[in-house]
Design a protein around this ligand. Structure first.
Ligand code: G1P
Length: 300
């Protein structure tokens, strides 16, 4: 039974083209976009580490070499920082050196379902998590750990969901929940990928953390491309839900969406205001920024 199997592996899909951030992402991976001074993908790997995940496979594509370099150790730089007694900096570049991080290439971007399928032989016959790189999650217990804890009770696949404003719903996979079986854990009738707001069965959106049983791979193997030409993970999950239960776990913590320009910038401001080195300067800068700019413009 799945319940007795421990979750130790994560897949981080990072092969997407990142078109929302062009021209920045022409040569650089969007996963390396910084939140102040830290690449977004570093937050994901840290969440995995804090959740007790041991092995991570990152699915990359063309132009993603810098992700490999980022997670490689850098003995020269480490020795240099150590010699200069720059301990905080040293810690910042070695935080996840103890994780086992592997890379695999998805040669043709064919959607999230295909990216996950690429890691099949790495995962084998074990339950695992999928962590999407666009969101930084914050809560007392890391979201991935919340899913793992839930799995210990149910032995079933479980997806993280969160309420989003109705006019945003068509950007997400959406659930049609039936009853709430325990606090924040829902049975689901249907999983629908990016419905129009009129057709959306609820405002509970899938937010990029999935705990899945390995049976998903047999389904993904045969999942057809959708109208946009992509193999959708949501479609495969909907099919899995016909043969074994798939739960939705409502995330009550904070979610920072770094996947589009505006919310990425907002995230940078929030993290900047928390950063000891720049918090004061940034606070001063943004205070009355609107008025300051107005004044400058009218003086032109
Ligand atoms: C993907 C999934 C979608 C999910 C979203 C979360 O979409 O296909 O179901 O809600 O991630 O960020 P994407 O953002 O890659 O278009």
């Amino acid at each position: 039974m799945n319940k007795n199997k421990k979750v130790t592996k994560a897949i981080i899909p990072a092969a997407g083209l990142g078109t929302r951030f062009l021209p920045e992402t022409k040569a650089l991976p969007k996963e390396m976009l910084p939140i102040v001074d830290t690449p977004t993908i570093q937050f994901i790997v840290e969440e995995a580490k804090k959740s007790g995940i041991k092995d991570i496979i990152i699915v990359i594509g063309k132009g993603k070499r810098s992700i490999e370099d980022h997670f490689d150790s850098n003995p020269e730089l480490e020795a240099n920082l150590e010699a200069k007694n720059k301990i905080d900096m040293l810690k910042s570049i070695t935080k996840t050196n103890d994780m086992n991080i592997y890379f695999i290439r998805q040669s043709h971007p064919r959607g999230l379902g295909d990216a996950v399928y690429t890691a099949r032989s790495f995962i084998g016959n074990e339950p695992f998590v999928v962590m999407l790189g666009d969101d930084v999650m914050e809560d007392k217990v890391p979201l991935t750990k919340q899913l793992m804890d839930s799995f210990e009770n149910t032995g079933a696949s479980t997806l993280a969901v969160k309420k989003v404003p109705h006019d945003q719903i068509s950007k997400y996979g959406v659930i049609d929940p039936t009853e709430e079986v325990s606090d924040g854990l829902y049975n689901v009738r249907k999983f629908v990928e990016k419905p129009s707001p009129e057709d959306a069965p609820s405002d509970l959106a899938i937010i990029g953390r999935y705990l899945l049983t390995p049976e998903i791979f047999d389904i993904l193997e045969n999942t057809q491309k959708d109208a946009s030409g992509e193999i959708q993970l949501t479609d495969a999950i909907d099919e899995l839900n016909q043969t074994q239960r798939v739960f939705a776990h409502e995330f009550k913590g904070k979610r920072f969406d770094t996947g589009n320009k505006l919310t990425w910038l907002e995230t940078n401001i929030v993290f900047g205001l928390r950063h000891p080195e720049i918090a004061d300067g940034l606070r001063d800068y943004i205070k009355d920024l609107g008025k300051k700019l107005e004044k400058e413009d009218s003086g032109k």
